[in-house]
Design a protein around this ligand. Structure first.
Ligand SMILES: [Zn+2]
Length: 207
Protein backbone atom coordinates (compact mmCIF):
# COMPACT_ATOMS: atom_id res chain seq x y z
CA UNK A 1 0.00 0.00 0.00
CA UNK A 2 1.38 3.38 -1.00
CA UNK A 3 1.36 6.27 1.46
CA UNK A 4 1.93 8.81 -1.28
CA UNK A 5 -1.02 11.21 -1.76
CA UNK A 6 -3.13 10.23 -4.73
CA UNK A 7 -6.62 10.86 -6.03
CA UNK A 8 -9.04 8.64 -4.19
CA UNK A 9 -12.74 8.34 -5.00
CA UNK A 10 -15.07 7.98 -2.02
CA UNK A 11 -18.80 7.67 -1.43
CA UNK A 12 -19.06 9.66 1.80
CA UNK A 13 -22.64 8.91 2.88
CA UNK A 14 -23.95 5.33 3.06
CA UNK A 15 -26.53 3.53 5.21
CA UNK A 16 -26.49 -0.17 6.04
CA UNK A 17 -29.11 -2.43 7.64
CA UNK A 18 -28.12 -0.87 10.96
CA UNK A 19 -30.21 2.12 9.87
CA UNK A 20 -33.86 1.17 10.35
CA UNK A 21 -34.76 2.47 6.88
CA UNK A 22 -31.92 0.85 4.89
CA UNK A 23 -31.33 -2.65 3.49
CA UNK A 24 -27.65 -2.73 2.45
CA UNK A 25 -25.74 -5.55 4.12
CA UNK A 26 -22.16 -4.68 5.21
CA UNK A 27 -20.88 -7.79 3.38
CA UNK A 28 -22.56 -6.66 0.13
CA UNK A 29 -21.07 -3.20 0.52
CA UNK A 30 -17.56 -4.61 1.00
CA UNK A 31 -17.92 -6.97 -1.97
CA UNK A 32 -19.11 -4.14 -4.23
CA UNK A 33 -16.30 -1.87 -3.09
CA UNK A 34 -13.70 -4.55 -3.80
CA UNK A 35 -15.20 -5.06 -7.26
CA UNK A 36 -15.59 -1.34 -8.13
CA UNK A 37 -13.14 -0.03 -10.70
CA UNK A 38 -12.23 3.21 -8.92
CA UNK A 39 -14.38 3.95 -5.85
CA UNK A 40 -12.39 2.30 -3.07
CA UNK A 41 -13.43 4.35 -0.03
CA UNK A 42 -16.81 4.74 1.70
CA UNK A 43 -18.02 6.40 4.86
CA UNK A 44 -20.62 4.27 6.62
CA UNK A 45 -22.96 6.75 8.28
CA UNK A 46 -25.95 4.99 9.79
CA UNK A 47 -28.65 7.01 11.52
CA UNK A 48 -27.69 7.50 15.17
CA UNK A 49 -25.72 4.24 15.20
CA UNK A 50 -22.11 3.13 14.89
CA UNK A 51 -22.91 -0.58 14.61
CA UNK A 52 -22.90 -0.51 10.80
CA UNK A 53 -19.49 1.07 10.48
CA UNK A 54 -18.03 -1.28 13.08
CA UNK A 55 -19.36 -4.32 11.22
CA UNK A 56 -18.19 -3.03 7.83
CA UNK A 57 -14.71 -2.08 9.05
CA UNK A 58 -14.34 -5.58 10.49
CA UNK A 59 -15.34 -7.22 7.18
CA UNK A 60 -13.06 -4.93 5.14
CA UNK A 61 -9.99 -5.66 7.24
CA UNK A 62 -8.63 -8.30 4.88
CA UNK A 63 -8.76 -6.10 1.77
CA UNK A 64 -5.79 -3.71 1.65
CA UNK A 65 -7.01 -1.64 -1.31
CA UNK A 66 -10.34 -0.53 0.18
CA UNK A 67 -11.04 1.68 3.18
CA UNK A 68 -14.08 2.24 5.39
CA UNK A 69 -14.31 5.56 7.18
CA UNK A 70 -16.13 5.00 10.47
CA UNK A 71 -18.98 7.41 11.07
CA UNK A 72 -22.61 8.10 11.79
CA UNK A 73 -25.40 10.48 10.80
CA UNK A 74 -26.78 12.19 13.86
CA UNK A 75 -30.34 13.48 14.02
CA UNK A 76 -29.77 16.75 15.87
CA UNK A 77 -32.57 19.03 17.02
CA UNK A 78 -31.67 21.28 14.08
CA UNK A 79 -31.06 18.84 11.23
CA UNK A 80 -28.83 15.96 10.21
CA UNK A 81 -25.07 15.98 10.66
CA UNK A 82 -22.50 13.48 9.42
CA UNK A 83 -19.70 12.64 11.82
CA UNK A 84 -16.59 10.89 10.51
CA UNK A 85 -13.64 9.41 12.34
CA UNK A 86 -15.55 7.92 15.25
CA UNK A 87 -16.48 4.47 16.52
CA UNK A 88 -18.61 6.04 19.25
CA UNK A 89 -21.76 8.15 19.29
CA UNK A 90 -21.50 11.74 20.51
CA UNK A 91 -22.96 12.26 23.98
CA UNK A 92 -26.61 13.38 24.12
CA UNK A 93 -28.39 15.78 23.90
CA UNK A 94 -27.69 15.99 20.18
CA UNK A 95 -27.49 19.57 19.07
CA UNK A 96 -25.31 20.82 16.18
CA UNK A 97 -23.11 22.48 18.78
CA UNK A 98 -22.68 19.36 20.96
CA UNK A 99 -21.91 17.28 17.88
CA UNK A 100 -19.24 19.69 16.58
CA UNK A 101 -17.72 19.96 20.08
CA UNK A 102 -17.52 16.18 20.34
CA UNK A 103 -16.14 15.81 16.83
CA UNK A 104 -13.40 18.35 17.48
CA UNK A 105 -12.46 16.60 20.75
CA UNK A 106 -11.79 13.33 18.93
CA UNK A 107 -10.09 14.88 15.88
CA UNK A 108 -12.92 13.76 13.65
CA UNK A 109 -14.87 15.90 11.21
CA UNK A 110 -18.47 17.10 11.13
CA UNK A 111 -20.41 17.76 7.96
CA UNK A 112 -23.81 19.41 7.53
CA UNK A 113 -25.78 16.76 5.62
CA UNK A 114 -28.04 17.82 2.70
CA UNK A 115 -28.78 21.27 4.20
CA UNK A 116 -31.61 22.12 1.79
CA UNK A 117 -33.71 18.95 2.01
CA UNK A 118 -36.02 17.30 4.53
CA UNK A 119 -34.10 16.86 7.81
CA UNK A 120 -31.57 19.38 6.57
CA UNK A 121 -30.27 22.22 8.70
CA UNK A 122 -30.82 24.97 6.16
CA UNK A 123 -29.66 28.46 7.06
CA UNK A 124 -29.08 27.42 10.69
CA UNK A 125 -25.77 25.93 9.49
CA UNK A 126 -24.39 29.47 9.47
CA UNK A 127 -24.24 29.26 13.28
CA UNK A 128 -22.55 25.88 13.35
CA UNK A 129 -18.80 25.29 13.30
CA UNK A 130 -18.94 22.32 10.95
CA UNK A 131 -15.88 21.30 8.90
CA UNK A 132 -17.75 20.92 5.61
CA UNK A 133 -21.13 21.02 3.88
CA UNK A 134 -22.56 18.13 1.87
CA UNK A 135 -23.08 19.79 -1.52
CA UNK A 136 -23.96 16.75 -3.58
CA UNK A 137 -26.39 14.28 -1.99
CA UNK A 138 -27.95 11.40 -3.92
CA UNK A 139 -31.32 11.86 -2.24
CA UNK A 140 -31.60 15.58 -2.94
CA UNK A 141 -32.94 17.27 -6.06
CA UNK A 142 -30.76 19.42 -8.29
CA UNK A 143 -32.05 22.66 -6.86
CA UNK A 144 -31.31 21.57 -3.29
CA UNK A 145 -27.79 20.48 -4.23
CA UNK A 146 -27.11 23.70 -6.15
CA UNK A 147 -28.29 25.71 -3.16
CA UNK A 148 -25.96 23.70 -0.89
CA UNK A 149 -23.05 24.28 -3.25
CA UNK A 150 -23.58 28.04 -3.28
CA UNK A 151 -24.02 28.00 0.49
CA UNK A 152 -20.71 26.17 1.07
CA UNK A 153 -18.95 28.62 -1.21
CA UNK A 154 -20.42 31.55 0.66
CA UNK A 155 -19.35 30.09 4.02
CA UNK A 156 -15.92 29.17 2.67
CA UNK A 157 -16.35 25.52 3.60
CA UNK A 158 -15.35 22.41 1.63
CA UNK A 159 -18.16 20.56 -0.17
CA UNK A 160 -18.51 16.78 0.10
CA UNK A 161 -20.58 14.36 -1.95
CA UNK A 162 -22.23 11.05 -1.09
CA UNK A 163 -24.98 8.84 -2.45
CA UNK A 164 -26.97 8.64 0.83
CA UNK A 165 -27.70 5.12 -0.42
CA UNK A 166 -30.25 3.10 1.53
CA UNK A 167 -30.39 0.30 -1.05
CA UNK A 168 -27.78 -1.28 -3.33
CA UNK A 169 -29.03 0.36 -6.54
CA UNK A 170 -28.28 3.79 -5.02
CA UNK A 171 -24.68 3.03 -4.06
CA UNK A 172 -21.83 5.04 -5.64
CA UNK A 173 -24.11 7.35 -7.68
CA UNK A 174 -22.21 10.26 -6.17
CA UNK A 175 -18.58 10.34 -5.13
CA UNK A 176 -15.96 12.71 -3.81
CA UNK A 177 -12.52 12.95 -5.34
CA UNK A 178 -9.99 13.34 -2.51
CA UNK A 179 -6.29 14.07 -2.74
CA UNK A 180 -5.02 11.89 0.08
CA UNK A 181 -3.36 8.65 1.06
CA UNK A 182 -5.47 5.57 1.67
CA UNK A 183 -5.91 6.01 5.41
CA UNK A 184 -8.58 7.66 7.54
CA UNK A 185 -6.41 10.44 9.04
CA UNK A 186 -5.09 11.53 5.65
CA UNK A 187 -8.59 11.55 4.15
CA UNK A 188 -10.16 13.50 7.01
CA UNK A 189 -7.33 16.06 6.86
CA UNK A 190 -7.79 16.45 3.10
CA UNK A 191 -11.55 17.00 3.51
CA UNK A 192 -10.90 19.68 6.14
CA UNK A 193 -8.40 21.40 3.86
CA UNK A 194 -10.81 21.28 0.93
CA UNK A 195 -8.62 19.04 -1.22
CA UNK A 196 -11.81 17.48 -2.53
CA UNK A 197 -14.29 17.68 -5.35
CA UNK A 198 -17.83 16.29 -5.18
CA UNK A 199 -19.02 14.81 -8.44
CA UNK A 200 -21.51 12.54 -10.05
CA UNK A 201 -19.84 9.12 -10.23
CA UNK A 202 -20.56 8.90 -13.95
CA UNK A 203 -18.31 11.87 -14.65
CA UNK A 204 -15.50 10.83 -12.31
CA UNK A 205 -12.42 9.45 -14.02
CA UNK A 206 -10.32 6.67 -12.59
CA UNK A 207 -6.57 7.22 -12.14
ZN1 LIG B 1 -28.33 9.78 5.22
Amino acid sequence: MTLKPQFLYADLHIHTVYSADAIIQPKTLVDLLVAHSYIKVVAVTDHNSIRGCRATVELARTYPDILIIPGTEITTDNGDMLVMGTYELPPKPWTPESVTDYTRSIDGISIVAHPFRTYGMGEYARNVKADAIEVLNGGTDKEGNNQAKAFAKELGLPGTGGSDAHQVSELFNICTQIEASLNVDSILAAIKKGQISAQSARSAKPL
